[in-house]
Design a protein around this ligand. Structure first.
Ligand code: NDP
Length: 240
């Protein structure tokens, strides 16, 4: 069997990142897994996985983690810039600190992750950037104001990165999930916002499994490098 390429994932300690780590591990890839909760990365028990306690707001820490993993397993061939938080809330009453945190993690965190691998991919003329946006990066919802802003940002920079990197044969894929069953709602502090979200979720029959998203990411990655799924939009069937 040919040696599989190194896959880097931010926010691999739960939810979609964790499911994607499991899917790529089952496909035989060595992994660089990053998150703040190292114990959760360790609990995954995946083989050939370099585990790093990294906050994506720390640009240097991502670069160091990438360097250490690449020394062991060769170049990162896909960066899944997945880490993110959803401090949903009423924009008039929400503490502005919540805006800061979402903007720093969901936008600058994605930029920092891409920055750590982009020039290497351009030199090799090979690689995939998987950028985590959301259905909330395509349409707006009440109580999602700043969250939507961060995800529209990811959509915009992904389109620009794709324009820029296409001549280098580097693929840029933007991922836009709808309601996926993960821990993302743990970050919602406002009870009314949480109640509204849960009511909407129940009305469409609930969310879908992160494993479905992970399978799509693997399928898109496994296409020949000359072919790209530019955007993956995956939602529960009843979600509009
Ligand atoms: P989870 O809360 O289960 O996972 C979020 C992951 O991001 C965790 O591994 C967390 O790890 C990590 N993370 C958060 N902040 C940081 C940070 N500062 N530095 C490093 N890692 C961080 O939720 P999801 O799996 O749902 O979320 C993953 C992405 O998917 C997010 O960007 C989210 O916005 C997006 N998304 C989710 C949807 C859903 O319905 N679930 C829908 C659309 C998009 P740790 O806390 O250990 O650092």
């Amino acid at each position: 069997m040919s040696k599989k390429s190194l896959i880097a994932i931010t926010g691999a300690s739960s939810g979609i990142g964790e499911a994607t780590a499991r899917a790529f591990s089952a496909a035989g890839h060595p992994l660089l897994l990053m998150a703040r909760r190292l114990d959760r990365l360790e609990a995954l028990g995946l083989p050939n996985a370099v585990l790093k306690q990294v906050d994506v707001r720390d640009r240097a820490a991502i670069a160091i983690a990438v360097g250490e993993a690449e020394a062991l397993h060769g170049p990162v061939d896909m960066m899944f810039a997945n880490a993110g938080i959803a401090r949903l809330g009423d924009i008039a009453t929400q503490p502005p600190e919540d805006w800061d945190e979402m903007i720093d993690i969901n936008t600058k965190g994605v930029m920092n992750s891409v920055h750590a691998v982009m020039s290497g991919m351009m030199e090799r003329r090979h690689g995939t950037l998987m950028m985590m946006s959301s259905i909330a990066g395509r349409k707006v919802y009440p109580d999602h104001t700043v969250y939507c802003g961060t995800k529209y940002f990811v959509h915009a920079v992904s389109e620009s990165f794709r324009e820029y990197l296409a001549p280098y044969d580097v693929r840029v894929i933007v991922l836009s999930p709808g309601i996926i069953d993960t821990e993302v709602l743990d970050g919602v502090r406002d009870p009314q916002t949480l109640a509204n979200y849960k009511a909407n979720k129940e009305a469409i029959g609930g969310g879908i499994s992160a494993d479905i998203v992970a399978q799509l990411i693997l399928d898109a990655y496994q296409l020949p490098q000359r072919a790209i799924v530019q955007e993956i939009v995956i939602t529960p069937t009843r979600q509009r």
